[in-house]
Design a protein around this ligand. Structure first.
Ligand code: NAP
Length: 459
């Protein structure tokens, strides 16, 4: 049974951070009443809409989230958008505390000429498209081009490169969205250029994700031998022995640089110390103009890329900018535009960046708290820290009692005609997707239309 004496908490954003915040609250106060909101009728945020379909093990974290959702006092209110369906003020009035775990919804821009040309896309749009996220299903990507480029060398760049390079027959065994599978079946892509502005030691991806590229059937990975010769600053960085990932990635690049291409139909070319300076083309992108960088000590224990002025063109009929996600502002809450986060001190939201004046009862966790870095598990500790701050405030009586009755929010949403989908609704969708997948010999066939989801849920 939920404990009616305990505070009522609203969490907005049902991705990993939202669930981990709920879990930390449940551990501290079993039976605590938690309403977890999401703008989609489906939970799990980037685990559903971001994690690559051919990485099912990473997605199995949803079993942990299912257990959290089964705890007494927990409710899921799907298809409720903060700002349009309910405001921050209304949530603050109806709950003792509000935790925003909305993640980082958009992408960082490169800020170079030609970035908006047709054929230039944020990698995050492609990821949303192949994962069947309702916001991106209507996007189209011209996969008939032979030469494409991925800018950046983080894990999203690795995912996008792998999905472009992998055989559709292998992808058919995953829950990749049906429309994306169809699109990829018609792909003419032969050459994928991965463009990294710094060197092999500074690659932002993790080794498991990197190594996978070299294990794909029918794909040659091409690394120029001169790129594994380390500059002074990178050699010094590696010699500290502090960065195990850099060491392991370096070994992978060394292995690839020693390989002889097999004449495979697809090739992944790595370009290091190379920055994009413009996307060029008359009515759509046809090439990337890049500039060679010199890598040098940044004086802070790192390595920076300094432009040399030496430029060249890499042909690319399709470009994926994979230089990081970015948080967006939420109506009714302050925003740090420079960092793309909600300003906070240890998860307590503050009135403006740099201030230590907190907004009573408002917290953040996950990427909207600290920026888009780290793997799913990183959010567990992050959410636990935020919840520890919240519990301190509760113990010190710094939280205000919720004004409204427990049903006030449901009544408010009903009065506005919001079609709220609950956890049982999600379980129905989940079962339907698995059944449709089974009929097609696949693990799951994702439903990508919100209207269809609401129809199936019956709200
Ligand atoms: P990321 O790890 O921050 O990588 C961004 C990449 O873009 C870096 O290589 C960065 O280079 C480059 N970059 C940034 N600005 C640039 C510019 N102006 N010009 C050229 N290159 C630029 O971001 P992400 O790949 O979006 O990943 C976000 C987070 O999600 C990461 O923590 C990642 O590990 C995680 N993730 C994990 C998985 C997984 O575990 N399988 C999958 C996907 C994402 P510099 O290093 O030089 O800045």
């Amino acid at each position: 049974m939920p404990d009616t004496l305990l505070p009522r908490i609203a969490i907005v954003g049902a991705g990993p951070s939202g669930f981990y915040a709920a879990e930390a609250l449940q551990k501290a106060m079993p039976g605590i009443r938690i309403d977890l909101f999401d703008r989609l009728p489906t939970p799990f945020g980037l685990v559903r809409g971001g994690v690559a379909p051919d990485h099912p093990k990473i997605k199995s974290v949803t079993k942990v989230f299912d257990r959290i959702a089964a705890q007494p006092g927990f409710r899921f209110l799907g298809h409720v958008e903060l700002g349009s369906d309910i405001t921050v003020e209304e949530l603050r009035a109806n709950y003792e505390a509000l935790i925003c775990t909305v993640g980082a919804r958009t992408d960082r821009a490169l800020g170079i000429p030609g970035e908006a040309l047709p054929g230039s896309h944020a990698a995050t749009e492609f990821v949303g498209w192949y994962n069947g996220h309702p916001d991106y299903v209507h996007q189209s990507f011209d996969l008939t081009r032979e030469s494409v480029a991925v800018i950046g060398i983080g894990n999203v760049a690795m995912d996008v490169t792998r999905i472009l390079a992998k055989s559709p027959a292998v992808l058919a065994e995953t829950d990749l969205a049906a429309h994306a599978l169809e699109g990829l079946r018609g792909s003419a892509i032969r050459d994928i250029h991965v463009i990294a502005r710094r060197g092999v030691i500074q690659a932002a991806c993790t080794t498991v994700e990197l190594r996978e590229l070299g294990e794909l059937d029918g794909v040659d990975v091409i690394v120029a031998p001169e790129d594994i010769v380390l500059d002074e600053a990178s050699a010094a960085m590696l010699a500290t022995g502090d960065d195990r990932t850099a060491e392991k990635n370096y070994a992978v690049f060394q292995d690839w640089a020693a390989r002889t291409p097999t004449g495979a139909t697809k090739r992944i070319h790595f370009h290091f110390a190379t920055s994009p300076v413009a996307l060029t083309g008359s009515d759509r992108v046809e090439a990337i103009e890049v500039e060679r960088n010199r890598l040098e000590d940044d004086g802070k224990g790192g390595v920076r890329a300094a432009p040399t002025g030496e430029r060249r063109q890499i042909p690319a009929g399709l470009v994926f900018r994979s230089v990081g996600y970015r948080g967006v502002a939420l109506a009714g809450l302050p925003f740090d535009d420079r960092r793309g986060i909600i300003p906070n001190v240890s998860g307590r939201v503050v009135t403006e960046p740099g201030s230590d004046a907190t907004l009573r009862g408002v917290y953040v966790a996950g990427w909207i708290k600290r920026g888009p870095q780290g793997v799913i598990g990183t959010n567990k500790a992050c959410a636990a820290d935020t919840v520890a701050a919240l519990l301190d405030d509760y113990a010190a009586k710094r939280l205000q009692r919720a004004e409204g009755a427990p049903e006030a929010v449901d009544q408010l949403l009903a009065s506005r005609g919001v079609r709220v989908s609950d956890w049982q609704g999600w379980q129905r969708l989940d079962a339907e997707e698995v059944a449709r997948g089974a009929a097609a010999g696949r693990p799951r066939e994702k439903i990508t239309s919100v209207d269809e989801m609401l129809h199936l849920v019956g709200v």
